[in-house]
Design a binder for this molecule. Structure first.
Ligand SMILES: [Zn+2]
Length: 97
């Protein structure tokens, strides 16, 4: 599975990059930078994990754009929503035209 090159979060376009090392100081699967508008994902992850990590970073970005800083920084809330939404959207087509 190939991740998209970019994602538009409420009018803000983030670039998505798959990298060898996400963060030299803190080991992690992915991260989002609200200033440089980049989402970095560990390229060594399995495809499904990659997609779920992307959903996690997308939720951080959405909460940032919505001005919901407390939710944005709540890793448990972000991860639980990411797990639920990734499952929802990866297992079925809910909206189709
Ligand atoms: Zn997070």
């Amino acid at each position: 599975m190939k991740l998209p090159e970019k994602v538009n979060l409420l009018g803000i376009t983030y670039k998505i990059e798959e990298v060898e090392v996400v963060n030299k100081n803190t080991p992690c699967d992915g991260e989002i930078n609200y200033q440089s508008l980049e989402i970095r994902i560990d390229k060594g992850l399995a495809d499904e994990k990659k997609a779920q990590v992307l959903m996690h970073e997308i939720l951080h970005g959405l909460f940032e754009s919505l001005g919901l800083a407390e939710l944005r920084d709540d890793e448990k809330a972000v991860q639980s929503l990411a797990t639920a939404l990734y499952h929802l959207f990866s297992t079925q087509t809910i909206f189709s035209s």
